[in-house]
Write a protein that binds this ligand. Structure first.
Ligand SMILES: [Zn+2]
Length: 400
């Protein structure tokens, strides 16, 4: 991934005494390793301490036997500008989510901007400005340094292929939720999804009933015809299609199944189970769909992990993979997996104090939210003991 100008480099970082290393890859969720070496924000070694070059780090972290996982990815947010949301008029929501272990957020459209332009020149200008602004925000440390991938235009009738080519050339890589603008018919959406895909822009479609007054229903027929890369909030945002309709989407499409916090929880659990039964768990990715009418949930992704593990009966290390490696692969991101050559974006966790679970994975399986002890982005420590999660039993220590 292109480094963002102005963000300092981590130098050499050694992370040792890791009790549990979760890869983010649901095919191989637990790695047999206790040490990570990072060079300028990139993972260079994973293994046992004796086999790694751990000499003379700029930063040495003793994890104290706790767990490390890829930083969580929220596949569905609605940022506007800066670390502010007009939806609930809240400041600091992105940094607050960082304290919930989220290191990357993906915009599904900057739809809450007051006076959001709907003419085509305005739609393109907003997308390009948002993409630039959120990239620049990281360098300024706004939002705690979280990676906010934004600049996701809501497509409108009258757009032509040249519009997609121009946006792509300017750095736009995402479409906002299809269905929130004037393009609502499957055939119209399909044409634009194809143009977007041809120019390297990923697409997401709204699924289910209207989210706010003025928006509309997008049913399973429209979702299948549009064939966007991500079936956005397959469990509704908030109102879900019927379980039968959601099963049709699972069975007839091969696209990502995005389950969100601000959706129907019953359908969230059933969808995750159905994906496991259909042997397509790799398609399941997680988001919050916040800020929204339900508010902002700094622990939204951790809550989804605990919900799906405990009530859909899925091992915690697999559900953590839904929120990390699955999203990385479905969305072609470099981060989200602990592998050599990937960005050093990590969340350090332990079971919450006094959880009934004897270790991190069991505590999640029992429905408890884990405690976050540290968050690292590109090898830089962005927060230590979380101010939002219940306190972790043990937390990592910065030795040097
Ligand atoms: Zn939506």
């Amino acid at each position: 991934m292109a480094t963002v100008a102005g963000v300092e480099l981590s130098g050499k970082v050694v992370i040792r005494n890791i009790g549990l290393m979760l890869s983010g890859d649901i095919d191989r969720p637990i790695l047999d390793a206790d040490t990570l070496v990072v060079q300028d924000g990139v993972i260079t070694q994973i293994g046992r301490a004796a086999d790694c070059d751990i000499e003379q780090p700029r930063r040495l972290i003793d994890v104290k036997g706790t767990a490390i996982a890829p930083g969580l990815i929220d596949s569905h947010v609605h940022p506007v500008f800066g670390d502010w949301t007009p939806r609930q008029n809240q400041l600091g929501w992105i940094e607050s989510c960082l304290h919930g272990g989220v290191t990357t957020m993906i915009s599904a459209g900057e739809v809450h901007l007051p006076g959001r332009p709907k003419d085509i020149v305005g739609v393109k200008a907003l997308a390009i400005t948002a993409q630039r602004a959120f990239d620049g925000m990281r360098a300024a440390g706004v939002g705690g340094g979280a990676k906010v991938l934004a600049g996701a235009p809501v497509i409108e009738q009258g757009m032509v292929e040249q519009d997609f080519a121009e946006m792509a050339a300017a750095g736009v890589r995402l479409l906002g939720e299809i269905g929130l603008g004037s393009v609502k018919a499957g055939y119209e959406a399909r044409t634009m999804v194809d143009w977007a895909r041809k120019h390297g822009i990923q697409s997401t479609i709204h699924t289910g009933g209207p989210s706010i007054p003025g928006s509309g229903l997008i049913d399973e027929h429209v979702v299948l015809e549009a064939d966007a890369d991500v079936i956005g909030h397959v469990n509704g945002g908030h109102t879900s299609l019927s379980y039968k309709a959601v099963c049709t989407l699972c069975e007839k499409s091969s696209r990502a199944l995005e389950i969100v916090h601000n959706g129907n929880e019953r359908i969230a659990i059933l969808t995750a189970r159905h994906a496991i039964e259909l042997k397509c768990p790799h398609r399941v990715i997680l988001g919050t769909d916040s800020p929204a009418g339900s508010g902002v949930q700094p622990l939204g992704i951790l809550r989804m992990i605990a919900l799906l593990s405990s009530l859909a009966d899925i091992p915690a290390e697999i559900v953590i993979g839904f929120a990390t490696g699955n999203t990385a692969r479905m969305r072609a991101l470099p981060q989200g997996l602990i592998e050599v050559g990937r960005p050093a974006d990590f969340v350090f966790m332990d079971r919450a104090q006094h959880s009934a679970g004897k270790d991190l994975l069991e505590s999640i399986r029992l429905g408890d939210i884990p405690g976050v002890g540290m968050v690292m982005i590109d090898g830089l420590v962005r927060c230590q003991r979380s101010r939002n999660t219940p306190p972790a039993h043990e937390v990592p220590v910065i030795v040097t």
